[in-house]
Write a protein that binds this ligand. Structure first.
Ligand code: TXA
Ligand code: MG
Length: 330
C-alpha cells in the first residue's frame, strides 16, 4: 500500500496523462518522460522537450504481461520466457507491433519496444490509467545527455517543460534497460543494460549475440556513439596509463578528476590538481552510481574526466558501453 499523499500524487499523475500531459516518473532504471501512448499530441511533445529526432523510436511501458496483447502481435515463445522471468524489470523486448501502435512511437518501423517497469510508482500510475493503457517513455534527459537517476536531475535538466515530476527516490539500477530483439528466429541484444547477458542466456539456454547497434539499420538512440555524454570531456584509459595521463594534464594546468574501480594506489594519492573518485569494483553497484557521479563531476567544473577501463567480463558490458559512448567526441 502506498502512503495517502503518494496515492493522491498517483491519481494526479494519471489524470494529467489522460488529459494529454507529459510527466517525469521514476522507474528502476532511470527516470522516464512519459505520455499516454494513445495521445499523438502528447507523444510529439516528448520529442520537443527532449530535442530528440523523430526517427528515434520510444519504448512502451505496460502494467503487466497481460497488456502485451494490445501493443504487440505474434509474440514468440522466447520473448514470453524472457518476459516471464524478468518482468517487472529492466528488460525491453523488441516485438512485432500491433496496428494500434502509433507511428510516432515506432518512427514508422513495424516493430515496437515494450517493458514492465519495476517501480511501485510507475506501476501505480499505469494501473490508475486502467486496462489497455501504456506509457511511451524515453529517459527524461535532453537528447544525447546523461539519463537522470533522481527527481532532482530531472528538475535541473527539464524544469518547467514537464507538467509534473513524480519523485520516487534514486533509481536502484541506475542504467537503462537491456534491449533484446525477438524479431525473426534469432534473439539479439541491441543495448546492454540492467539485465546481464548471462541471465538472458541462462533463460534461453544458448548464447546470445550482442550487436553493435551503432552500425545497424534500426535507429537505437542509445547507439549513437556520442551518447550519455557529460559536458566535461571524458577519456577512457587502462589502469596502467591513467595516472600518467592525469599528471600530464595537471602539468598543463588542467583540473582533472578520475573514476577508478581498482584499489586506489596510495603512492599516487597526494596530488593537488587531481581528484580521485573510487567507484565500486562490482559492476551492478558501479552502474547504479555512474550517471549520478558523472553529473556531480560535471557540476564541479573539472577540465577533464579520466575513467579507468572496466574489466572485460560480460557483467560489465552495460557500464563499458556507457563509458565508451560518454568518451566519444564527434
Ligand atoms: O530503462 C529504460 O529503457 C528507460 C526507462 C525510462 O524505461 N527508457 C529508455 O528509453 O532508455 P530511451 O528512449 O532513452 O531508450 C530506448 C531505446 C532507444 O535507444 C530506442 O531507439 C530503442 O530503445 N528502441 C525503441 N523502439 C525500438 C525498436 N522498435 N527497435 C529498436 N530499438 C528501439
Ligand atoms: Mg535515453
Amino acid at each position: 500500500m502506498l502512503k495517502p499523499e503518494l496515492q493522491s500524487q498517483i491519481e494526479a499523475a494519471a489524470s494529467l496523462l489522460q488529459q494529454g500531459g507529459v510527466i517525469a516518473l521514476p522507474t528502476e532504471t532511470v527516470y522516464g518522460l512519459a505520455a499516454d501512448a494513445s495521445n499523438h499530441a502528447a507523444l510529439k511533445r516528448i520529442f520537443n522537450i527532449k530535442g530528440r529526432p523523430a526517427d528515434h523510436p520510444l519504448i512502451l511501458h505496460i502494467a503487466d504481461e497481460s497488456q502485451l496483447v494490445h501493443w504487440a502481435r505474434a509474440v514468440p515463445d522466447t520473448a514470453r520466457r524472457l518476459a516471464h522471468r524478468f518482468w517487472p524489470g529492466p528488460l525491453t523486448l523488441i516485438l512485432q507491433r500491433s496496428p494500434q501502435v502509433s507511428d510516432i512511437i515506432t518512427g514508422g518501423q513495424d516493430t515496437v519496444g515494450v517493458r514492465v517497469p519495476d517501480h511501485p510508482l510507475a506501476l501505480a500510475v499505469l494501473r490508475a490509467m486502467g486496462s489497455g493503457a501504456a506509457l511511451a517513455a524515453p529517459s527524461a534527459n535532453r537528447y544525447g545527455r546523461i539519463s537522470p537517476t533522481t527527481a532532482q536531475h530531472v528538475r535541473d535538466e527539464l524544469g518547467d517543460s514537464v507538467d509534473m515530476i513524480l519523485d520516487g527516490g534514486a533509481c536502484k539500477v541506475g542504467l537503462e534497460s537491456t534491449i533484446v530483439s525477438c524479431i525473426g528466429d534469432t534473439v539479439t541484444v541491441l543495448r546492454p543494460g540492467g539485465i546481464p547477458l548471462a541471465a538472458i542466456e541462462d533463460v534461453l539456454q544458448h548464447k546470445v549475440e550482442v550487436i553493435d547497434s551503432s552500425s545497424a539499420k534500426i535507429r537505437v538512440s542509445g547507439s549513437v556513439l556520442s551518447h550519455y555524454a557529460p559536458v566535461t570531456p571524458l577519456e577512457l584509459l587502462p589502469r596502467e596509463s591513467l595516472w600518467q595521463r592525469a599528471c600530464e594534464l595537471e602539468q598543463q594546468g588542467l583540473r582533472v578528476a578520475t573514476l577508478e574501480w581498482s584499489a586506489p594506489d596510495t603512492v599516487h594519492s597526494a596530488h593537488a590538481g587531481i581528484q580521485r573518485t573510487t567507484m565500486p569494483a562490482n559492476a551492478a553497484a558501479y552502474g547504479q552510481m555512474l550517471y549520478a557521479t558523472l553529473r556531480q563531476l560535471d557540476h564541479a567544473q573539472f577540465d577533464r574526466l579520466l575513467a579507468e577501463a572496466t574489466p572485460h567480463s560480460t557483467e560489465w558490458l552495460a557500464v563499458a558501453d556507457r563509458l565508451k559512448r560518454a568518451s566519444h567526441r564527434d
